[in-house]
Design a protein around this ligand. Structure first.
Ligand SMILES: Cc1ncc(C[n+]2csc(CCOP(=O)(O)OP(=O)(O)O)c2C)c(N)n1
Length: 372
């Protein structure tokens, strides 16, 4: 049973994929397969996007490999398109899991004309109005105070929507994080704060950036419950997220949930060879041995739902071709025109921006004259 402040992370599946004693799993075969497909999509998305990055076709990427169970468990534990998500730059797995189309994500990452944000955000910082996935900020923990504010509004308005706010372990050492969690706590705002504890903040190990014995224990300081889940067990994460959001929908206040997982890849393109610099190959190997996708596959096999080699290969091919065609469409749509800088903010352009617009336009025309 999910309990606040446990000594060990809550799990339904042991690391070898067997059911924990006393645990029961009520998912149908179709639901289990869907979770497997979602996690495989996140893994393959990483593979394809890293290739694009190396080819210079996008300029920033932060992979989620190893963290698929956490992100898909979150996506499948909320009411997608109804609840609001304030995520961070590594959350493409959540975006995919709640149904943000691959084409939109890829267009955002390539800064293409077909990007709903029209290329204005840094690559790999997607948002989706229709799926209620708020465009993320690169500034660590920046999303926490506004997420608390949105949850306060939900409380005042009496809706049955809740807010999900995700972040890494490093974010819990930032001032914004403490201000936001405190504000949600004193206002009983229905915000589920979720730490995707992948144990590294770029090159800083979690035990080097906090003296707290865990992340979820920090909830005590704000008088709210802290939960702790095995973030490589998709069934446990999904169950915890759905239980905690149901509690908040029924009038409960904010909670903090820590999902213990591991980033097996690099932080981003800034540290492409992490094992040569700040962490050991043995450490990474010990976590690749606890692969969240393999854990679910083993459980499925024990239920007579084995994923065969052919099925796996067909699924990977299907995902790759979806991504390939999304890339082709995005690249064919071209890059946004410079004029979009001046659109979508003001109904009437203020005088200083009108001046800048005219100035740039004149420069552009002069440039065209010069090349004739
Ligand atoms: C306010 C701020 N300080 C520093 C940075 C530089 N920075 C970018 S990512 C990062 C590490 C964040 O680690 P964590 O919150 O654990 O998330 P993870 O990337 O591990 O998922 C840092 C320090 C930043 N973007 N914003």
């Amino acid at each position: 049973m999910l309990e606040a402040f446990p000594a060990e992370p809550y799990r339904l599946l042991a690391e070898d994929g067997t059911l924990m004693s006393g645990a029961s799993v009520t998912r149908s075969p179709a639901q289990l397969r869907e979770l497997w497909q979602d996690m495989t999509t996140v893994r393959e998305f990483d593979r394809k996007l890293i290739t694009l990055l190396r080819q210079g076709r996008t300029t920033f990427y932060a992979q989620a490999s190893g963290m698929e169970a956490t992100q898909i468990g979150i996506a499948r534990g909320i009411r997608a398109g109804h609840d609001w998500i304030w995520g961070y730059y590594r959350d493409h797995g959540i975006a995919l899991g709640i149904g943000v189309p691959i084409e939109e994500l890829v267009a955002q990452m390539l800064g293409a004309n077909t990007d709903p944000n029209r290329g204005r955000q840094m690559p790999h910082h997607p948002g989706s109005r229709s799926r209620r996935f708020v465009s993320s900020s690169s500034s660590i923990a920046n999303q926490v105070p506004p997420a608390a504010g949105m949850a306060m509004a939900q409380r005042y308005l009496g809706t049955d929507e809740v807010t999900i706010c995700t972040f890494g372990d490093g974010a819990t050492s930032e001032g914004d994080w403490h201000a936001g969690v405190n504000m949600a706590a004193v206002n009983d705002a229905p915000c589920l704060f979720i730490c995707e504890n992948n144990q590294w903040a770029i090159s800083t190990a979690v035990h080097h950036q906090t003296r707290s014995e865990s992340i979820h224990i920090k909830a005590r300081a704000y008088g709210i419950p802290g939960y702790y889940v095995d973030g490589n067990d998709v069934l446990a994460v999904q169950e915890a997220v759905s239980t905690l959001t149901d509690q908040m929908r029924a009038g409960g206040g904010p909670v903090l949930l820590e999902c213990l997982t591991y980033r097996v890849g690099s932080h981003s393109n800034a540290d492409a060879d992490a094992e040569k610099t700040y962490r050991s190959r043995d450490e990474v190997k010990s976590w690749t041995g606890r692969d969240p996708i393999v854990r679910l596959e083993r459980f499925m096999a024990s239920q007579g739902l084995e994923i065969g080699a052919e099925e796996r290969a067909a699924e990977v091919t299907r995902i790759h071709s979806l991504i390939d065609s999304a890339v082709q469409k995005a690249e064919e749509s071209g890059q946004p025109d410079w004029r979009i800088m001046f659109e979508d903010v003001y109904g009437d352009l203020p005088v200083h921006l009108r001046w800048q617009y005219d100035h740039l336009r004149a420069e552009q025309l002069a440039g065209q004259e010069g090349t004739r």
